[in-house]
Design a protein around this ligand. Structure first.
Ligand SMILES: *Cc1c(COP(=O)(O)O)cnc(C)c1O
Length: 352
């Protein structure tokens, strides 16, 4: 179906990336298991392309308003974007962000590959002050797990004026709640493992850019590093995307209601709610209080990762690699699509 510019994002998520309308053609792009294609076409070898990726890329690209390239994981996508930073260049990065991204940045900085300037991305003045001379500003919004919000339109505009590439990890928002290219950013990154695939059964990443030159470099990195998604994973991620809007509708409503009820729940010192999306934070007194809740829940699943239909929770500082400025008692809640009363009963019982 031709994607009319007037279609709303919820509709694009359902309609984009389908095979041509030919009688008896499948309605959904099938999974293509292939390592090589018959010679003479544009693809030839499956490290350069696969129709199962293309369908997902068409859909995500249509949603974000750019060209999408899918990857083996969110981290493979992050890594491809960081490859755009020239040797010895400077990257401005959030002090709180996905720990894998921060670890990769630190590792690369340790080898002299580039320099890292850490900032509080909620403090736009501080981010702007760090931009001069940088090659890239890396924004994550909301941040994992602190749930800070960056002023993307302002920072993207300042970065552009300063000749600094801006990249936004938009995983926590999904393409239905935030479209960074429309807000002026150069590059969007997703861990499609989370909300896009949505069922905790796929690892996959995506990069979307608005410029062919950037897309060419991103795809060349993918081919040369072999960071390609499996066709089955691409199929599952696209299947997940089809229901993203209804999953979000329920999970966001659940999240807002839980945030309200947690505010005066026993032992909860602070509730962090960015006001949109499906992830909340609650701060308890200390690690022991946090671990006790993780032990006592019966419906909520103690697990890392987020964005699935099932509600999960995790005390983030159980990871030695989590930033020390994240409170020991912070529990990240990934709110799913169960009935909110069951989620509230289980959580409040575990807290009580
Ligand atoms: C999970 C996550 C990643 C990494 O994605 P993987 O698919 O696990 O490789 C990157 N950024 C954010 C914000 C994430 O939550």
């Amino acid at each position: 179906m031709p994607d009319r510019p007037t279609l709303r994002p919820e509709t694009v998520a359902v309609s984009a990336g389908r095979p041509p309308r030919i009688p008896d053609a499948p309605m959904n792009e099938p999974v293509t298991f292939a390592s090589a294609f018959v010679a003479g076409g544009p693809t030839e070898y499956a490290r350069y392309g696969n129709p199962s990726w293309t369908a997902l890329e068409d859909a995500l690209g249509a949603l974000e308003g750019g060209t999408c390239s899918t990857f083996a994981s969110g981290m493979a996508a992050v890594s491809a974007v960081l490859s755009l930073v020239p040797h010895g260049g400077t990257v401005v990065v959030p002090r709180h962000a996905y720990q894998g991204t921060l670890a990769l940045l630190d590792t690369e900085a340790g080898t002299g590959r580039f320099d890292v300037r850490r900032v509080d991305i909620a403090d736009a003045d501080a981010v702007e002050a760090a931009l001069p001379g940088a090659a890239m500003v890396w924004l994550e919004s909301p941040t994992n797990p602190a749930l800070e919000i960056a002023d993307i339109p302002r920072l993207a505009a300042t970065a552009r004026a300063a000749g600094v590439l801006s990249a936004v990890d938009s995983t926590f928002a999904s393409p239905l709640l935030q479209r960074p290219l429309e807000l002026g950013a150069d590059i969007v990154v997703h861990s499609a493992t989370k909300l896009i695939a949505g069922h905790s059964d796929v690892v996959l990443g995506a990069v979307v850019t608005g410029e062919d030159e950037l897309t060419d470099r991103i795809r060349s990195h993918r081919s040369l590093h072999g960071a390609i998604p499996g066709p089955m994973e691409a199929f599952l991620a696209l299947r997940g995307l089809r229901t993203l809007s209804v999953r979000l509708e329920r999970a966001e409503a659940n999240a807002r209601e839980l945030a309200r009820r947690l505010t005066d729940a026993p032992g909860v010192l602070e509730v962090r709610d960015p006001g949109f999306g499906t992830v909340l934070g609650m701060v308890l007194a200390d690690a022991a209080a946090g671990d006790r809740v993780m032990d006592r829940v019966r419906l909520w699943i103690p697990a890392t990762s987020l964005g699935g239909v099932e509600s999960t929770l995790e005390r983030r500082r159980r990871w030695a690699t989590e930033a020390p400025s994240i409170p020991e008692g912070l529990i990240r809640l990934s709110v799913g699509i169960e009935h909110v009363e069951d989620l509230a009963d289980d959580l409040l019982a575990a807290l009580g």
